[in-house]
Design a protein around this ligand. Sequence first.
Ligand SMILES: [Fe+2]
Ligand SMILES: [Fe+2]
Length: 367
Amino acid sequence: MSRDISRRTFLGRSALGAAAALLPVTLVNVVFGQKKGGAAQKAKAAGDKTDFTFAYISDAHIQQISGNKFVRNWDQGLKRAVAEANLLIPRPDFVMFGGDLGQLGKKEELDHGAEIMSACKYKTHYVMGEHDFYLDMGACWEKLFGKQYYSFDHKGVHFIVLNSILTYDSWNKKWPSAMERMVQMAGLDNPLGSPFMVGEAQRKWLAADLAKVDKNVPVILFSHSPIQKIYKGWNFWTEDAEKVQALLKPFKKVTVIYGHVHQIQYNQIGNISFNSVMATAWPWPYPQSYALAKSSLPVLTVPMNRADPFFERDATGWQFIDVNSGKVAANYLLTDNENRTVKYNRKTGRPEDVKYQNKRTAAQEHY
Ligand SMILES: [Fe+2]
Ligand SMILES: [Fe+2]
């Protein structure tokens, strides 16, 4: 589907005044396009295959200063995203939170983040981020939100949530304290960090979970790190990405949606569409725009692109992802930056940004 859908379409008229700024929430529209009129009503009544939307909020990085003092900017980003999600019309069926709720995984941060999220009117599912995990290996997060990986079915779609930010046991054990381990993993370009992975136990669980699903059923998978290898130096990377992709390969329509990268990314690998969601906290620069990344970036099937790789507010804004039977399109309304539209090109079998695809900026040419 390539219709141009604006954020305005999904906000109630009364809500528009209150939500004048572009607030960081992603709306995902799942379109089957199979049933219309009475058939759609019947399907709805039966609780299966009808078009629906869900909202996505990610990477809040709630950070404690001391006691009950938290970094206001990050609090505000999350509060605004929740407020915007609550104003969406039609109402999303549920909300996903994409990970990195806290900054250093502290109980105070996760409790405070959960409290802000509790203002959300909808059922909310959570994905584990590395900033939530490496202080106590997910113990506090589990108490608040439940299992670290799980699946559920909704209106004819099979949803999977993975914890993709695990790493080697040897790395976990090498630090003198839990906080030291957390701080080392929290750095974006820290060479002392360790690659993320889904791991064997979870892949085994995933294989068993997928064995029960018909190959024609659309699958939407949520992870924190991308289940593809973009840039190892910054852990925009999942070490066993190919093994997870192989498990998803038999399915006709697969969409992977992830946070962590705090920037716009989309890609198509075989049957799998990849879309990042933007952060409520801050945007990361693109690896291409970073001198150390020279020659390190693998060739993506869909090249990354952006209006201005050095613009600090890029990748915080409103985003719409249209999952039309696995053919994903996306619209981005960026804070103080040129908007972007990515459309699925049926001829090439890829999503494409008609304006920026293959067009490198002067800054990118520098590298
Ligand atoms: Fe993050
Ligand atoms: Fe992250």
